[in-house]
Design a protein around this ligand. Sequence first.
Ligand SMILES: O=C(O)c1ccc(O)c(O)c1
Ligand SMILES: [Mg+2]
Length: 629
Amino acid sequence: MKTSIATVSIAGNLREKLAAIADADFDGLEIFEQDFLQDAASPREVGQMVRDHGLEVMLYQPFRDFEGLPEPLRTRAFDRARHKFDLMAELGAEQMLICSSIHPQALGGIDRAADDLAELAGIAAERGLRLGYEALAWGRHVNDHRDAWEIVRRADQPNLGLILDSFHTLSRKIDPETIRRIPGDKIFFVQLADAPLIDMDLLYWSRHFRNMPGEGDLPVVDFMRAVTATGYAGPLSLEIFNDQFRGGSPHGIARDGHRSLIWLMDQVRRAEPALTVDLPAIPENIRVQGVEFIEFASNAAEAPALEAALRQMGFHREGQHRNKSVTVWKQGDIRIVLNTEETGFAHSFFLNHGTGVCDIGLRVEDAQATTARAAALDATLFHQPLGPGELDIPAIRGVGGSILHFIDEKSGLDDVWQVEFQSTEQAAHDFGLTRVDHLAETMNYDEMLSWTLFYSSIFDLQRLPMIDVIDPDGLVRSQAIASPDGSTRITLNGAQSHRTLAGGFLVDSMGSAVQHIALASKDIFASAQRMASAGFQPLPIPENYYDDLRARYGLDDDDITRLRRWNILYEADDDGRAFLQFYGRPLQNGLFFEIVERRGGYEGYGALNAPFRIAALKRLMRGKAIPRA
Ligand SMILES: O=C(O)c1ccc(O)c(O)c1
Ligand SMILES: [Mg+2]
């Protein structure tokens, strides 16, 4: 499989783009005219720069407003094309994209367009160049790949073919199955882009909101299945116009793009096994069976506050690491690891971010298969020297400088608690907390798509619709991803301003990701009561909230009294499913715990309650001197 990306898709000047594209392992690129005109180097030098990076110029684009023009515009359009052909020769580009005309004077007619393109193809053939014709979704006369194909077919020139772009086809809801009828060798180039489903003007949508395959809502897998079925064997090229990407990290965006293409073709192969996909075999999306552990990095001065908070929530110190200053705290199926080592990864995390979650252990069926898939999807494997008797647990780098470890039963990695730890305390009691319900990770808004793609391409984690969380000082967008059985849930919260609670956390923790940890209770009222008697102080929720709640759900006085008594927030749907939650007070760096109970399989996360929670936290934090849990 040959991969390519249009220079327009990433930030930076042309040289930065080339470096990032080469680094991300693409085979080639589409040179966008603008990128190249802005560079000081001559076309010949630019061509050499591309080849010096080990890349190939796979397409020169775009050539606009060519077909269907009346004279004298028609002659001028041919002159313009000749000039571009000269330039392409210098650049070493053999193929040009012609997009369907939007010229106000362009005349319609399939044969007229076919005649113009056939004549131009003749001129291009003398120079050994190929032309590809693409239907823009907003083209004046041609805006459907079926019409573009009919024009190419009638023009009947060996060096004239069709260019398909998933955005133009899918944004107009044209059935991608229609592509299967086109001969693969007449498709000269394939451009890929996804996009979120937003009802807006096609041109505006295309120029600002495209994103990588798998980051949006368009049926890009169906599109590529149809393309693959034609026998098309040319490059797969990303052409992403996106406002955030233009200002993002060139390397990060290029890596995401490469990842998205591998994800896409892996999905194509799984959806339609009869197709031939030129991609090495990789394990399928990894099913996550839950969170095995959450590891905090801390130090001797800060750890006691966290230990006190754990005790107040009903955890006991179950084990002490045999070689290291690491303890494990347990309740139900929840394990929280506290690492106060003065060397190694956790320590460097602590130095960078302060006390925070440096490592998450996920339960999987096969840890080796997990890192194999992650590596194939361009994730970075993580290793650290092992101490005596320690297990080699596969790991990769995750969000916010943290690590993801993979624990399986198959290779005995789930024995780590017996092998590496000495048992210290027996459970005297528990407060009814059973498992990790979800982890809430905070990031800059601009990084959300990237981390969503990271999780959903490697794992079998599905995106729920994105929601807006209203912070009094700005908007936070929240993207939940969850395993199909709900055993693993992560919310990715994108902060657009440092004045939001989430944004403030990013500043204070120097970009740490896990801002809060939600633990599931089997009976939230019982847990709240027992935690309170152990000294746990919940986040106080104001009276107004409960007045509103009574009206919203028609709850009776007893219900309201009980909820208010324990500062529990409530959300429900029309089918009687409900979500109950309360929060602890922020610990070091603003990290906090949440206790939740899901009734009847409720799938949400309390979005309606989030503004109340945020306001309450901000009131507390403004009062400074945050009581330590
Ligand atoms: O937005 C545009 O003008 C434009 C240009 C060239 C393309 O290949 C495309 O898909 C869109
Ligand atoms: Mg295109």
